[in-house]
Design a protein around this ligand. Structure first.
Ligand SMILES: [Zn+2]
Ligand SMILES: [Zn+2]
Length: 442
């Protein structure tokens, strides 16, 4: 493959504190050269991408998604999920282990890795189960899962409610230096719940899920992380209370990292009223007040990263009555456009947004998979190009994901991924966007 020059873009690489106009030369799958301003590259035989008006940044890293394979290929496969992720600007995704069979053993982890290598278009890093069979009784063989290459542990879909079990997992996390990722939900409090508890759930005659269902388990997890010195990662934070608890725990030196999703950062419980089951997600969409707290948390680094919790379902499943439809939003392909709303509304600055999608998640997975999330010379050429100002309307017919379930269908978003480069190869390019020369994988 000929070297590829990306020129005339605004290069933002938070890992190098770089934010200026410049050019990038990719050769042999690596970043070969980064030029500032009008500097000329050291070679002259290359293909060219003109990135005028575009942001050029490291490929996005998603710490939390559901690729559904093995077991639920009707909802998504590694082939379709990774293509959807590439359309969203992601070059690395970490997949949750709630498959069938679940990722609680070496063989299934190896199946996911082999399938991703054969059929995927970007990097897939599996997350292993905390408990055998994800049923919260016995610890999985965490040592074997580490050797198989998992980047963390989670029983996501379900919380890790068994406190002695979570304690032992956190103790082990000190030795393997990988995060224990918890879906924080007191299921006794949330049982039968369909959406956020409040006036809207009451008006719709749907059982609500109170903020306390999340806050209680976040508080317990932080206490156990303090007790053990282990590393807890709080998945999909949604409440003002949880943000406060995490902030205070960080001040006390507890080893905690946390994520928030694009939908919880931008959409309120009102969507359940206007968009029905496509807005049904667990944890539920909350209130303006919670969103404000989450954004403040992003800005003061209480919330370390943004992760999609991409959760595709079939149309038949989602087109049922609200109470019967499964929880989840298909998130890869709207993430950037949706999040750019925060930048356009001046609630988050561009560099912070890109940090939360690149350098910050790269730090979390750094022990298992180092050197990602940066455009430093010599690093793997995972690069995302996006137009921060292009307006487009979400049409789920265009989704590469099998999951068309999004409460953003028909929404006008401002900000669109134009090209995604994985290991030096263009794995996605917007149809409106030209790449001169033969770039291989388009
Ligand atoms: Zn979850
Ligand atoms: Zn999830």
């Amino acid at each position: 493959m000929k070297p590829l020059l990306i020129q005339n873009g605004r290069i933002i690489d938070p890992g190098q504190k770089l934010d200026e106009p410049g050019s990038l030369l990719i050769a042999g799958g690596k970043i070969a050269w980064v030029g500032r301003g009008k500097e000329s590259p050291p070679e002259n035989n290359y293909d060219v991408i003109d990135a005028k008006g575009l942001i050029v940044c490291p490929g996005f890293i998603d710490l939390h998604c559901h690729l559904r394979q093995p077991g639920f290929e009707g909802k998504e496969t590694i082939a379709t999920g990774t293509r959807a992720a590439a359309r969203g600007g992601f070059t690395t995704v970490c997949c949750m282990p709630n498959t069938e069979p679940p990722l609680d053993n070496k063989d299934t982890v190896e199946f996911v890795k082999a399938t991703a290598a054969a059929e995927g278009v970007i990097r897939v890093l599996p997350i292993g189960c905390i408990s055998q069979g994800r049923v919260g009784q016995d610890l999985s063989d965490m040592g074997a899962l580490v050797l198989a290459g998992v980047i963390g542990f989670s029983d996501d879909g379900e919380p890790a409610l068994n406190s002695p079990l979570l304690r032992r997992a956190l103790e082990y996390s000190r030795f393997c230096k990988l995060p224990i990722i918890d879906h924080c939900e007191d299921t006794d409090l949330s049982r039968g719940g369909q959406m956020n508890e409040g006036e809207i759930s009451a008006g719709l005659l749907l059982k609500g899920i109170p903020n306390a269902a999340e806050d209680i388990i976040v508080a317990r997890d932080l206490l156990l992380a303090g007790l053990t010195g282990g590393w807890i990662h709080i998945a999909h934070t949604t409440t003002e209370g949880a943000v406060d608890l995490i902030r205070r725990a960080k001040e006390k030196g507890v080893r905690v990292t946390a994520e928030a999703t694009p939908h919880h950062l931008t959409l309120t419980e009102e969507r359940a009223k206007s968009h029905g089951a496509s807005a049904k997600v667990n944890p539920p969409l909350r209130t303006e007040r919670d969103i404000k707290a989450l954004i403040q948390g992003l800005n003061d680094n209480t919330i370390d990263i943004i992760a999609t919790d991409h959760a595709p379902h079939t149309e038949a499943e989602k087109h049922q009555a609200f109470e019967l439809a499964p929880f989840g939003i298909s998130g890869f392909e709207t993430a950037l456009g949706n999040l750019m709303g925060l930048v356009h509304r001046k609630e988050l600055d561009m560099v912070t947004l890109i940090t939360k999608l690149t350098a910050a998640p790269a730090r979390i997975i750094g022990k298992s998979c180092g050197g990602l999330g940066t455009l430093a010379t010599g690093s793997t050429a995972d690069v995302t190009l996006f137009d921060p100002n292009l307006e487009w309307t979400v049409d789920t017919k265009d989704f590469a994901s099998k999951g068309k379930n999004t409460p953003l269908a028909g929404e006008k978003l401002k900000g669109k991924v134009m090209a995604t480069i994985y290991g030096g190869k263009v794995v996605y390019k917007d149809e409106s966007f030209g790449v001169k020369g033969d770039t291989g994988g388009v």
